[in-house]
Design a protein around this ligand. Structure first.
Ligand code: KIV
Length: 272
């Protein structure tokens, strides 16, 4: 049974703003490949994020910094081929938009043209305001990302909760308002106190999608591999695991090894 308030055949940036106005929560998950995206889209998830977390999840890097624009385009175009309904948002990777607005626009255009993605996501506030405006002026929808912004991990030094102190909370509120005024269609808030996230969500007309930001926001996002329990060594407080795929997959692979060694697989029925 669907719990959606309105049956959207195709999610657009306008649908998300409408969902917020109708107090319908927005669901968002990551995907980096065709097969996963097909399942996520088919399950009715509103927004698929081709996150630069692919750098960790798919490539095994410690941070999101190493992933390149070409690699993001490869992941995004695989996801786009699977989609019937979801809005596909693609992260602009580290190094593809920070130096100047022209470079930012060139990177965003490459994502839109070469992958077919529907929007881009960028980390940061007023420091990247001109780049955001330039991209928006070209007709490319932008989702903001504030709070814990993993592309700045070496500046923060840790992945702990952001904006607990008044000064940082104040800057975050100003940045959120700036992103809305600039024309962003939505905003991700990562790992900030629930009270602050709720206040930001209530002060904006654009949707605020949280990860580790409590339930007073307009939607939730998780990394799919985390919520499926595939990345079992990662267990922050905000993560709800819907499956324990690490254990289930390990059991399946172990059984396969046993069956092959015992010449139990393939059976008579499994051969020509
Ligand atoms: O890259 C990513 O997966 C993200 C989410 C954590 C929001 O940015």
């Amino acid at each position: 049974m669907s719990t959606a308030k309105k049956d959207y055949k195709r999610i657009t940036v306008k649908s998300l703003i409408e969902m917020k106005a109708n107090q319908e929560k927005i669901s968002m998950l990551t995907a980096y490949d065709y097969t996963m995206a097909k399942i996520v889209d088919g399950a009715g998830v509103d927004v698929i994020l081709v996150g630069d977390s692919a750098s960790n999840v798919m490539a095994g890097h410690e941070t999101t910094l190493p992933i390149t624009l070409d690699q993001m385009i490869y992941h995004a175009s695989s996801v786009i081929r699977a989609i019937n309904r979801a809005l596909v948002v693609v992260d602009l990777p580290f190094g593809s938009y920070q130096s100047d607005p022209k470079e930012a626009l060139r990177s965003a255009i490459r994502i839109m043209k070469e992958s077919g993605g529907h929007a881009v996501k960028m980390e940061g506030g007023k420091e990247i305001k001109e780049s955001i405006k330039r991209i928006l002026n070209a007709g490319i929808p932008v989702m903001g990302h504030l709070g814990l912004t993993p592309q700045s991990i070496y500046k923060f030094g840790t992945y702990t909760v952001r904006a607990k102190e008044e000064e940082e909370a104040q800057k975050l509120k100003e940045d959120a308002l700036m992103l809305q005024k600039a024309g962003c269609f939505a905003l991700v808030l990562e790992k900030v106190p629930a009270k602050l996230a709720k206040e930001v969500a209530q002060s904006l007309t654009i949707p605020v999608i949280g990860i580790g930001a409590g339930n007073g926001v307009d939607g939730q996002v998780l990394v799919t591999h985390d919520m499926l329990g595939m990345t079992h060594e990662f267990h922050p407080r905000f993560l709800r695991r819907y499956l324990d795929l690490y254990t289930e997959m390990t059991n399946a692979f172990t059984q396969y090894v046993t069956d092959v060694k015992a010449v139990d697989f393939p059976s008579d029925e499994e051969q020509y």
